[in-house]
Ligand binder design. Structure first.
Ligand code: OXD
Ligand code: MN
Length: 673
């Protein structure tokens, strides 16, 4: 029961809280940077302020300080030089979509897929939370660049944080430090970001291994799209806290991109070189934890083909004067999902985390190395699991670990135990990747800082049924339709009760739209209308490596065999092969999928009979698919916001062109044999 406040005695003011001591705000040449730091210094009242310089020494010193405080484990420096392990709090293991807000002035502008709160209300609420939140802590000021410093597509940010974990991760994931401040000069613009773990320390109080707000309702990941600001409170993990990544490079950048006529997308970027030496650049949008990092670094099975990585998660694309879309990777590292990363699935990712890498929530082995499920190597006899508890090699499967000695594989499975968290991660510098396309990564094409011209864009997801191996869009609008219809099984990259169920995830951007999804679809369509030469826009494809038989076995080996699909795409671009023109799009003819070098390990061998099945139209499945895509459109049309259930006259509408495409495919399916 709420207790009534005692009124103050007449004429006597309530005793003022003792004014918090405020440390001096350091000088910055850029007045806007100074104002941003000064404002939060006064609100958060940290014990000290440190400016992140980007120098190795400062980075190493922070890591060592965290080791001393028990927040990092220094790994065996012979095996993993410059590598550390962190273990997060159990409440803080993934992005918190339920606590992520788009605070546009009008609710309708956040749209039916985003949580919304009035920006003034949110600012008031969060300012209260931030008040005194850095007591006992250091406030770090991180100047950072999203993209190569000085590239015309690059944008800049200033993240204030009280988390040294965030600082060292941002040092890897972005280009940080003095060079950014220098580039900003007196009046260069940037995206202002504030982050706190929300765990002030009392005088003399010992810090914990992973400070954060333990209660999920006390976490806020907030974007103010009209002011281009990011405020984050209460979580120290991944995309909740490394604000350059999802908050800036996708949510805020998607809004900037709409305003300025470019695109900010949840896409990997790769360079593919044919045996004849011709280069192609491909982007691919898959939902979180659906194999973007694996495709971005894949070792092609097809002889003579070479694949190089430019980025594994985010692409910024700008239209050129020739109508092509030119892309850069705004990031500087990989924040990859650890479990499942193995010498079979992604040797280049494993090589990328050989040095100067931060591991979070994986197993510590007795020799100071790391291990995770499906790493492809035997587990140690015993180790320390992601919660800091002992774990032991399974009695009948050396590739599993259990919480007690001698447990069987069945017992471990039954208990649901995993020794490395399913969303455990490695934060690795991109420069470590053996197949990095250095020019592309540095934003260069033919020596010019334009970004690389994109030939093909892929959408995909984990779809055990219906969706074919590869399907080519017949037009840009059809491609936009394909992206709008993307969906996937929910994975452990987010905290959700729906893991395993299919959810619609348009363009793999569902958690990352900085504005109304219907306006976003329209923006995609506009890219054709406003293009200097629409014929030069990339071709669009929908791929699915995850079809399963009735027995639950994968029908396509995936990984290096996906090069067969990429080659078919290049052949289509060159006009070298035809296609089966079906109601849903252009599917490959069986004989056009190159099956050379298809011997060896049966796990990585294409079964031709199964291949035939996954390049044909499952008519019944597709009728259902189109119906459910229509239902997702209806929901966007009906709802003005995420929480409204009723028909709402103010709701934005899915563009008519996409409705027309849906109707066209439905009619064609009805006629199809
Ligand atoms: C990621 C994600 O971390 O998409 O990249 O969740
Ligand atoms: Mn991602």
């Amino acid at each position: 029961m709420a207790t009534a406040k005692k009124p103050c005695a007449k004429g006597r003011a309530a005793p003022a809280a003792p004014a918090a001591k405020v440390v001096k705000t350091p000088k910055f040449e850029n007045a806007k940077v100074f104002a941003w730091v000064d404002k939060w210094n006064k609100i958060c009242t940290p014990d000290r302020i440190v400016i992140v310089t980007g120098e190795k020494k400062q980075h190493d010193d922070i890591c060592e300080m965290m080791v001393k405080k028990g927040q990092f484990v220094k790994l065996n420096q012979k095996k993993r030089p410059g590598c550390y392990l962190a273990r997060s709090h159990e409440s803080d293991v993934a992005r918190v979509e339920g606590r992520t807000f788009i605070c546009s002035k009008k609710e309708i502008d956040a749209g039916p897929t985003n949580h919304w709160m009035d920006p003034d209300e949110m600012r008031a609420k969060m300012t209260k939370a931030y008040t005194g939140c850095m007591k006992g802590r250091t406030m770090y000021v991180i100047p950072y660049a999203m993209g190569p410093i000085g590239n015309p597509i690059t944008q800049y940010g200033i993240e204030i944080t009280d988390s040294p974990y965030v600082v060292v991760n941002m040092n890897i994931m972005t280009r940080t430090g003095d060079a950014v401040l220098k580039h900003l000069g007196k009046d260069g613009d940037f995206i202002p970001c504030i982050h706190s773990v929300g765990a002030p320390l009392k005088k003399g109080e010992k810090d914990v291994a992973w400070p954060c707000a333990k209660n999920i309702d006390d976490k806020y990941i907030t974007q103010f799209p009209e002011d281009h600001e990011i405020w984050s409170f209460g979580s120290g993990y991944g995309g909740n806290a490394l604000l350059g990544k999802k908050c800036f490079a996708l949510r805020i950048a998607s809004k900037l991109a709409k305003e300025q006529g470019w695109m900010a997308e949840h896409m990997l970027i790769l360079t593919l070189t044919s045996p004849e030496g011709k280069q192609y650049h491909v982007t691919a949008a898959f939902p979180s934890a659906c194999g973007k990092t694996n495709l971005a670094m894949m070792l092609p099975k097809l002889p003579g083909w070479k694949l190089q990585t430019i980025g594994d998660d985010i692409a910024w694309l700008k239209p050129g004067a020739d109508g092509r879309l030119y892309a850069i990777n705004p990031e500087n590292g990989f924040f990859g999902v650890a479990p499942g990363t193995s010498m079979d699935s992604n040797p280049n990712a494993l090589a990328s985390c050989k040095k100067n890498t931060i591991f979070t929530n994986v197993v510590l082995t007795p020799d100071g190395d790391i291990w995770w499920e499906d790493m492809g190597v035997d587990a140690p006899e015993e180790g320390v699991d992601w919660k800091g508890n002992p774990c032991y090699r399974c009695a009948d499967d050396p590739k599993r670990m259990g919480p007690k000695p001698g447990m069987t594989k069945a017992e471990i499975k039954e208990s649901g135990y995993v020794a490395a968290h399913k969303n455990s991660r490695f934060t690795a510098p991109a420069i470590n990747c053996p197949v990095l396309d250095k020019d592309g990564f540095n934003g260069k094409f033919n020596k010019k800082p334009t970004g690389v011209p994109i030939d093909a864009m892929l959408f995909g997801g984990r779809r055990p049924s219906t969706i074919p191996l590869v399907n080519e869009a017949k037009s840009w609008t059809h491609g936009v339709f394909m992206g709008s219809a993307a969906g996937s099984e929910v994975t452990a990259a987010i905290i959700s009760n729906d893991v395993g169920k299919v959810r619609r995830d348009p363009m793999a951007m569902l958690p990352f739209f900085g504005y109304n999804v219907c306006d976003y679809f329209q923006h995609w369509l506009e890219m054709e209308r406003t293009s200097a030469n629409p014929a030069n826009l990339p071709r669009v494809y929908f791929v699915n490596w995850f079809r399963k038989t009735d027995k639950g076995e994968f029908m396509w080996p995936g990984f290096g065999d996906n090069s067969r699909v990429l080659k078919w795409i290049c052949d289509r671009i060159e006009g070298k092969v035809g296609a089966n023109e079906t109601a849903i799009g252009n599917l490959p003819k069986f004989e056009d999928i190159d099956l050379s070098n298809n011997e060896g390990d049966p796990r990585f061998t294409v079964n031709p009979a199964l291949l035939k099945k996954i390049i044909t139209v499952d008519k019944a499945g597709w009728i259902k698919e189109i119906e459910t895509v229509g239902e997702s459109y209806d929901e966007y049309d009906r709802k003005a916001s995420k929480d409204s259930k009723e028909v709402n006259p103010n709701a934005r509408r899915v563009p008519a062109a996409l409705r027309a495409k849906l109707a066209e495919i439905k009619a064609a399916l009805a006629k199809a044999k």
